[in-house]
Design a protein around this ligand. Structure first.
Ligand SMILES: NC(=O)c1ccc[n+]([C@@H]2O[C@H](COP(=O)([O-])OP(=O)(O)OC[C@H]3O[C@@H](n4cnc5c(N)ncnc54)[C@H](OP(=O)(O)O)[C@@H]3O)[C@@H](O)[C@H]2O)c1
Length: 328
């Protein structure tokens, strides 16, 4: 996909492009046998993703820190389809305690889990530490989703094994993964206030989202060789496009000015949810893992994002961090 395709909406090899909406890319699909968990599914791109997946009869669980917003989202969807299956559970991704409680609550429901959409995110916030003492954008966008995914993986593996239906993990990354710190991930200075850049910290966390699926994919494939039954789960990352949502609240004025001059690069929310829904549901992606999608097409991410050694290093670093905060 190139700049011209983005501006004109011309479809790429998948048959879809920047102008495709989430409803269009999932047209005619039946998701009634699927249970989907989506973080941040109560607003922005996540809400549209929830709505469209529920429209296709999936059972969607919104994981949200704001339960009022999640219940409002649920009511909105029920207004459109009174048979929609949407539920909400509380989750604060910036807190390991909240993530562990969420996983216990989810597992207690004894539901299957086919699709995990790691969608929630924050952007360009001023320097702040999470309650676990980790820089907030890294903690929320990457580390929280890393821990959540690990805690739900056995459930996903069980579901895939017992149903024979491929599980899918979708991480919401961003083209901003290109704009990160000098070494990609600041392993030695993750909390360094003096070097903090709100833009590079966001880019770093979005780079981590891609490296996360890359390493997950490698692990699933390695397991295929070792275990008799392979791990029938794929993991991919997406850039949804540029969509004016609450995400821009820390730079609203700047972004509105930018949008005025670059209006042809922006999508509406239904278009913004298309790539997530495509990667979560489309049958043509069966068995496809470790990729990065933009406008519903496979795209090569940055050199850092393709670096397998960096992906493994981030995995080990993240594992150590989550176990240290859990012991604290
Ligand atoms: N919009 C774009 O142009 C764009 C471009 C590239 C990538 N993305 C990515 O797309 C994803 C969705 O963004 P969006 O545009 O839909 O933004 P949004 O409307 O602000 O939605 C983000 C969601 O994440 C939730 N969230 C934030 N912090 C959380 C936490 N600690 N625990 C649980 N939930 C939390 C928010 O909940 P609250 O309402 O409680 O804050 C909100 O529901 C993000 O990962 C973003 O990085 C967006």
């Amino acid at each position: 996909m190139n700049f011209l395709s983005l501006v004109t909406g011309r479809p790429g090899p998948s048959g879809f492009g920047s102008a495709s909406t989430a409803e269009q890319v999932t047209q005619g699909m039946d998701a009634s046998n699927l249970t989907v968990l989506i973080t941040g599914g109560a607003s922005g791109i996540g809400l549209e993703t929830t709505r469209v997946l529920a429209l296709h009869k999936a059972h969607v669980i919104i994981a949200a820190r704001n339960m009022d917003a999640a219940n409002e989202a649920k009511q909105l969807i029920l207004k459109e389809d009174e048979n929609a299956r949407v539920d909400a559970l509380k989750l604060d991704l910036s807190s390991a305690k909240s993530i562990r409680e969420f996983a216990d609550n989810f597992n207690a429901l004894d539901l299957p889990l086919n699709i995990l959409i790691n969608n929630a995110g924050i952007m360009f916030c001023p320097y702040q530490l999470s309650e676990d003492g980790i820089e907030m954008q890294f903690a929320t966008n990457h580390l929280g989703h890393f821990l959540l995914t690990n805690l739900l993986l056995d459930k996903m593996k069980d579901t895939a094994r017992t149903t024979g239906v491929e599980g899918r993990i979708v991480n919401l990354s961003s083209v901003a993964h290109i704009h990160t710190y000098k070494d990609g991930i600041q392993f030695d200075n993750i909390n360094d206030k003096n070097r903090y850049s709100d833009k590079r910290a966001y880019g770093q966390s979005k780079l981590a989202n891609i490296l996360h699926v890359k390493e997950l994919s490698r692990r699933f494939q390695v397991n295929t060789e070792v275990a008799e039954e392979g791990v029938n789960i794929t993991a991919n990352a997406v850039h949804p496009g540029l969509i004016m949502t609450n995400l821009f609240k820390h730079s609203a004025v700047l972004m509105r000015i930018l949008k005025f001059f670059s209006f042809f690069l922006w999508k509406n929310v239904p278009q913004g949810a298309a790539t997530t829904c495509y990667v979560a549901l489309h049958p043509s992606l069966k068995g496809v893992s470790g990729n990065y999608y933009v406008d519903c097409n496979d795209v090569k991410p940055s050199a850092f994002a393709r670096d397998e050694a960096l992906a493994r290093k981030l995995w080990d670093f993240s594992s150590k961090l989550v176990s240290s905060v859990s012991k604290a």
